[in-house]
Design a protein around this ligand. Structure first.
Ligand SMILES: Cc1ncc(COP(=O)(O)O)c(C=O)c1O
Length: 478
């Protein structure tokens, strides 16, 4: 790796003419000496070269396209640490402006100038903060009432994202899972309520369920919880995990009540880096009012005569995402976000309709509330097919597309589905190209005379582990 022979103008200064290009890349030990920047750059770039193009990654929820101005702004802020508020006070204020905008998009009733909320590195941190606040509020109530507070629990559907398992494990809070079933493809409200008791810190409905793209019915949950709380004297509240839906519902379905208009919704989290249209990592969590944000979690500073509240698990973090988010708010405005999300949804519905018309497939649900399409093989077709959706995944990967196939969570784990995220940057034309590739792959797979290895494994009930895509955030099967 040591390459000290470089002189400006040498033939050896051509990246591929250097000795370094004949060496293997460091794996365990730092190289003995330096490598010239252009060569080091080339080596690092080439490590990633064989990967997919991010915009062909239809497995990820995360933004893979921003315009040139957004990219420029974010690159220019690459050396700014968000936490240095004294040095970069305008960034802190910009962050708080974003929090205000999010809170108002979600119909916050808070009258304070600066709404209660926090920046996060993604939905995971935002969910954690919402969950921690619910736990601390519950604990305080229990302490005041002289009751034990050592057995907290929360209730969520089995379609949860792995962050909730982390939350349960790291904070030692029991996770009560409501199974998904064919009759209840989203949160079964009755079952959820039956799992609540005096130790329930919150129920977590999801808007844009990772596995399916569907929305839990928050309004029905709120009504059922209201009855439950009135009957039992409990104060079980709702934290909405709106990782995807938080940026879809306000623009496309403003009349659907899922947010702070509902009595028991006290906090909501979302990913700025999903349908918030900002590159990773950015999340937001908002509380209905400052009083629901436990004092222990917040750190308040005075800025220009106003109070700015800081809450978070991390200390240092990049500031560029805040600039990206604020840019998008200004650049697109409400109408612009609405147009982008509507296009994504229209493309998703087009894909959903096209796949549903194929004799091999059926959609997981007739509804497409978010720009996320999930489908499976028709059960009758699956009985005779010599291939599985895992084989289709492999075929599509040969064309550069990342489209994950995966088994659903417990209770319906025999169902294998495929999912496409239709995000900004996935045009109707690209969707047509994907459909053509799916159709020709299916045609080819249908000619197979013998079952593929995954088909044999399925027949023998041997679990097929996901092919490395982090599509659901579900824990890997041990
Ligand atoms: C419903 C839900 N919650 C939480 C998360 C975690 O989000 P992030 O990757 O932004 O941390 C995801 C990610 O896909 C999700 O879909």
């Amino acid at each position: 790796m040591l390459d000290t022979t470089y002189r400006e103008g040498d033939a050896k200064s051509e990246a591929f003419g250097t000795n370094a290009m004949l060496q293997d890349a460091p794996v365990e030990k730092i190289p003995d000496g330096p490598t010239i920047p252009s060569v080091a750059y080339q080596m690092v770039k080439d490590e990633c070269y064989a990967q997919t193009q991010p915009r062909l990654n239809l497995a990820t929820f995360v933004t893979t396209y921003m315009d040139e101005y957004a990219t420029k702004l974010m690159n220019e802020a690459i050396n700014i640490n968000y936490i240095d508020e004294t040095e970069y006070p305008r960034v802190a204020v910009m962050c708080q402006k974003c929090i205000n905008i999010m809170a108002n998009l979600w119909n916050s009733p808070e009258t304070n100038k600066w709404k209660a909320g926090a920046l996060a590195i993604g939905s995971s941190e935002a969910c954690m903060l919402g969950g921690i606040a619910a736990w601390l509020r519950w604990r305080e109530r229990r302490i005041k009432a002289g009751k034990p507070y050592d057995k907290p629990n929360f209730v969520i559907s089995a379609g949860y994202q792995v962050v909730w398992e982390k939350f349960a494990t790291l904070w030692q809070i029991e996770m009560r899972q409501v199974p998904l079933s064919l009759e209840h493809p989203t949160l079964d409200i009755e079952k959820a309520i039956s799992m609540c008791d005096e130790n329930t810190i919150c129920v977590v409905p999801i808007q844009g369920v990772t596995w399916t793209g569907l929305n839990d019915d928050v309004e029905a949950l709120d009504k059922a919880l209201d009855e439950f709380n009135a009957k039992t004297g409990n104060e079980v509240c709702i934290h909405v995990d709106a990782a995807s839906g938080g940026f879809i519902l306000p623009f496309l379905f403003p009349d659907v009540k899922w947010d702070f208009r509902l009595k028991w919704v006290l906090s909501i989290s979302t990913s700025g880096h999903k349908f918030g249209l900002v590159y990773p990592g950015l999340g937001w969590v908002i509380w209905k009012d400052k009083k629901y944000l436990p004092g222990d979690m917040s750190f308040t500073v005075d800025y220009l005569g106003a109070e700015v509240t800081q809450v978070g698990l991390n200390y240092s973090r990049p500031a560029a995402q805040i600039l990206g988010q604020y840019y998008q708010f200004i650049r697109l405005g409400f109408e612009g976000y609405k147009a982008v999300q509507q296009n994504s949804l229209d493309i998703a519905r087009y894909l959903h309709a096209t796949l549903s018309a194929m004799p091999e497939f059926q959609p997981y649900s007739p509804d497409v509330p978010n720009p996320i399409v999930t489908w499976l093989m028709k059960p009758d077709f699956q009985k005779t097919a010599n291939w599985t959706l895992y084989d289709l995944q492999d075929k599509l990967q040969m064309h550069g597309w990342m489209v994950p196939a995966y088994a659903m969570p417990a209770n319906i784990q025999d169902m294998v589905v495929m999912r496409v995220l239709c995000k900004q940057g996935f045009s109707r034309d690209m969707c047509d190209q994907l459909i053509n590739d799916i159709k020709s792959a299916v045609k080819e797979l249908n000619t197979l005379e013998y079952p593929t290895p995954t088909r044999i494994a399925m027949e023998k009930n041997i679990p097929i582990t996901p092919r490395g895509f982090n599509h659901t955030g579900a824990p890997k099967k041990k």
